[in-house]
Write a protein that binds this ligand. Structure first.
Ligand SMILES: [Zn+2]
Length: 300
């Protein structure tokens, strides 16, 4: 399939899915199914039956055994949000299928919220993606290469202060193709000019690679002839996407955008619907507050 028709197909999918999630009821049903894929289960006593109280804006579930009440959005990224479920689901659809995802200006216009609210909704979705990635370790044959975000055409051996050092790693199959990829920022204290110190690769091993993985190769020298070009191309593409869609990102939020990039790439490599997976992540990830994201309270 040529790229043009794939993009057109994605746009059609966006329109169709926006229509599917056009009522609060449809969105509540989808969130319920994602939150309790095996049916309701009381968070307090584990009982399997609940009364549905639908007099409020969001459905409330009351356990039939212990009468514990739980909002449909409790324990999800939507918890505490004032935006309708419809707006959240439209955001999830756009992140899943809009070619290249969506930025806060575009999302604000599409769902009718302020830039700040759109920015926070997107960061809460990214938070769900980042959290999910922390549970997945690279395994089997693992290839890791040092890379940089920012100032891509700087050929110097000296590191420019704006450059963000990264490690890009992947589990690869027998043909050397990436099965699952991660791009992670490297802390400044793990750097020696443009090279990552041993402590930096060890930190990546400990946090991102399955313990006991036997076949792991690291390339940390900038111009090594052994470099893993496919991985470096992934970083190039991620950088291009971040610069085009978000006009560049500083070190504080860079990891969230890298995680979104990898999440979309990894989902495209796997079977099953991106939308379904992302909805499941949103339904099973505790929200992050605006205070911890930006230091003060803004309602979504
Ligand atoms: Zn209960």
């Amino acid at each position: 399939m040529v790229e043009g028709s794939a993009v057109a197909e994605d746009r059609l999918k966006v329109e169709e899915l926006m229509g599917q999630f056009n009522t609060e009821q449809a969105c509540a049903d989808a969130l319920y199914a994602a939150k309790w894929p095996n049916g309701f289960r009381c968070a307090r006593c584990g009982h399997l039956h609940a009364y549905k109280i639908t007099t409020r804006r969001l459905p409330l579930l009351e356990c039939r055994a212990c009468h514990y009440q739980e909002s449909l959005t409790a324990g999800t990224v939507m918890e505490g949000s004032r935006s309708s479920l419809r707006k959240w689901f439209h955001a999830i659809v756009l992140v899943s299928y809009n070619p290249g995802g969506v930025n806060a200006v575009q999302l604000g216009g599409a769902i009718g919220v302020t830039y700040k609210t759109a920015w926070l909704i997107l960061h809460k979705l990214r938070h769900a993606m980042s959290q999910a990635d922390t549970y997945i370790k690279l395994s089997g044959s693992v290839r890791v290469n040092a890379a940089f975000y920012g100032r891509p055409h700087n050929p110097s051996l000296q590191r420019h202060p704006q450059e963000q050092p990264l490690l890009v790693g992947a589990s690869v199959n027998n043909e050397g193709q990436s099965i699952y990829i991660k791009i992670k920022q490297v802390e400044q204290n793990y750097l020696l000019e443009r090279s990552v110190k041993h402590a930096g690769t060890r930190a990546f091993m400990e946090s991102q690679v399955e313990a006991g993985a036997a076949d792991v190769e690291f390339v940390t020298a900038r111009f090594s002839s052994r470099r893993f070009q496919t991985l470096l191309d992934n970083v190039k593409e991620a950088s291009r996407w971040i610069n085009k869609m978000f006009h560049g990102i500083g070190p504080k939020y860079l990891q969230a955008y890298l995680d979104e990039y990898c999440c979309r790439l990894n989902y495209n490599n796997q079977e099953g619907s991106i939308l379904k997976r992302l909805t499941h992540l949103c339904a099973s990830t505790e929200t992050v507050t605006s205070r911890s994201l930006i230091g003060f309270v803004v309602t979504t």
